[in-house]
Ligand binder design. Sequence first.
Ligand SMILES: C[S@@+](CC[C@H](N)C(=O)[O-])C[C@H]1O[C@@H](n2cnc3c(N)ncnc32)[C@H](O)[C@@H]1O
Length: 234
Amino acid sequence: MKTEVAGNGKAEQGLDRRTIEKAYARWAPVYDLVFGPLFDVGRRTATNAATRIGGRILNVGVGTGLELPYFDKSHEVVGVDISEPMLRKAQERIEREKLANVKGLCVMDGANLAFADSSFDCVVAQFVITTVPQPEKTLDEFARVLKPGGEIVLVNHIGAERGLRASFERWFSQHARKLGWSPEFPFKRLSDWAEKNGSVRLVERRTVPPFGVFTLMRFCRDDAANAAPAAATA
Ligand SMILES: C[S@@+](CC[C@H](N)C(=O)[O-])C[C@H]1O[C@@H](n2cnc3c(N)ncnc32)[C@H](O)[C@@H]1O
């Protein structure tokens, strides 16, 4: 397994690279048991969306590789994750299930991807964007490595905007940090990012089971030739 490590993981909102590495080193032995079934519909939904795009797929935050068997075997998949213990589990799965379409696993920070611009048809991240120290920088990297016309597919718990659930998530967030997660992460942060980045637009947002607590989001990278023309200036 290639063990390239990029980025210094500057702390943001209490989530920093070391906290996340420590958290996922602890989760790795029991992750599949705890989060396997709970996240499975979301994981499959995002993988199906990525499969519809096909081509060369980058799976960021691949973890123990639970999603890897769901990709169409004719599509080339590369997986990256910041946690080496999680990736070791993914490597075991690739060997056990003979997933020849998975072309590589790399220890890599999603906020500093060591890939050339426009090198993937799809970037998919299942249950990842609220666990990274620098979400906007990470999403900028997703857009950079994506080919024009390609898609970023995310599935995640998104924080409630108001009501009891929003209050609970705000209170719980201080404890969740130690587990490597921001439960209060708002959708607005993603829509603001897309607007600021300028090369992508939201093409789908819908809730997925169980109980609609997870959200699937697809962002398409505009082909420069098809992008809406900029407003005329005097
Ligand atoms: C909740 S797990 C999701 C794993 C898998 N995608 C799934 O569906 O079960 C989040 C994963 O994101 C990884 N991760 C967190 N921060 C990361 C970063 N900055 N770059 C790459 N991976 C990161 C963690 O190590 C962990 O494996």
